[in-house]
Design a protein around this ligand. Structure first.
Ligand code: FPP
Length: 243
């Protein structure tokens, strides 16, 4: 039996590693930030297309904890883009029933950014069409470590109890959404410290499409491929058991 804290079947959680912004821009002789700006538009397209494809939770990797190592200018420009997105998309999210939330560390973000996150989360809290999660200053390993450090050391830590602790770090009271479909654009094939625990049984989908070129048709192709796969979670398919 799967742990009870994992959402099952009638929900589809897609997570996206949005890679290729820099290459998209460089190939056009543009500064990297132009790739990130086009990438923001691709985020908007993806969020709009997601509910129509049966996606109920969408998590995008906008800024990893390792991205702090990028040149200062690029970090500032990315933060400015994320800030603008949170401020400007809030009303559209409310109108479309989208609940927006942010996962990751907040203590290293600016007070302005933290306020924009809080405002967007509060304004969209009632959204039930899609839970759209943006990962900012996110590291899966850091999240797992923080969850483990909450263990009291006295009683045995069950898997369910650990999952609840992990979920609680991001959205207190909301079950941990297991990733069903993990998409990575930009041609690379790695997980880059994104949702490692939650993706234990995710179907992986890699595409050469650079993130700024990603659109509704690409998302549809990924979801269709997901539905063609047989998920076994380590078991034997019922038809093969003969029972
Ligand atoms: C990876 O491409 C992309 C990022 C580190 C940033 C992603 C950010 C956005 C798409 C923009 C804003 C996001 C939201 C949610 C509004 P890369 O720069 O590593 O590309 P490269 O591998 O081609 O250099």
């Amino acid at each position: 039996m799967m742990p009870s804290t994992f959402q099952q079947s009638n929900s589809l959680h897609a997570a996206i590693i949005m890679d290729g912004n820099g290459r998209w821009a460089t190939r056009r002789g543009l500064p990297r930030i132009e790739g990130h700006k086009e990438g923001s538009k691709a985020v908007r397209r993806t969020v709009e297309a997601a509910p129509g494809l049966g996606i109920t939770t969408l998590t995008v990797y906008a800024f990893s904890s390792d991205n702090w190592k990028r040149p200062r200018d690029e970090v500032q420009q990315l933060m400015a883009l994320l800030y603008d997105y949170l401020r400007h998309e809030k009303d559209r999210c409310v109108a479309q029933g989208i609940r927006l939330s942010v996962i990751g560390r907040r203590d290293r973000l600016s007070p302005l950014m933290r306020a924009a996150i809080r405002a967007a989360e509060t304004a969209t809290a009632g959204g039930a069409t899609l839970h759209f999660r943006i990962a900012i200053d996110y590291s899966a390993r850091d999240t797992i470590l923080r969850a483990a450090s909450r263990w009291d050391g006295q009683t045995a830590m069950t898997r369910d109890a650990f999952l609840e602790t992990l979920a609680d770090l991001h959205h207190p009271g909301v079950p941990l959404p297991e990733v069903d479909l993990l998409i990575r654009t930009g041609g690379e094939k790695r997980l880059s410290d994104f949702l490692l625990w939650e993706s234990a049984y995710a179907e992986l989908y890699f595409t050469d499409r650079m993130w700024p070129d990603f659109g509704a048709d690409d998302l549809r192709a990924a979801v269709e491929e997901f539905h063609r796969r047989t998920r076994r979670f380590g078991a034997v398919p019922v038809a093969a058991t003969g029972s």
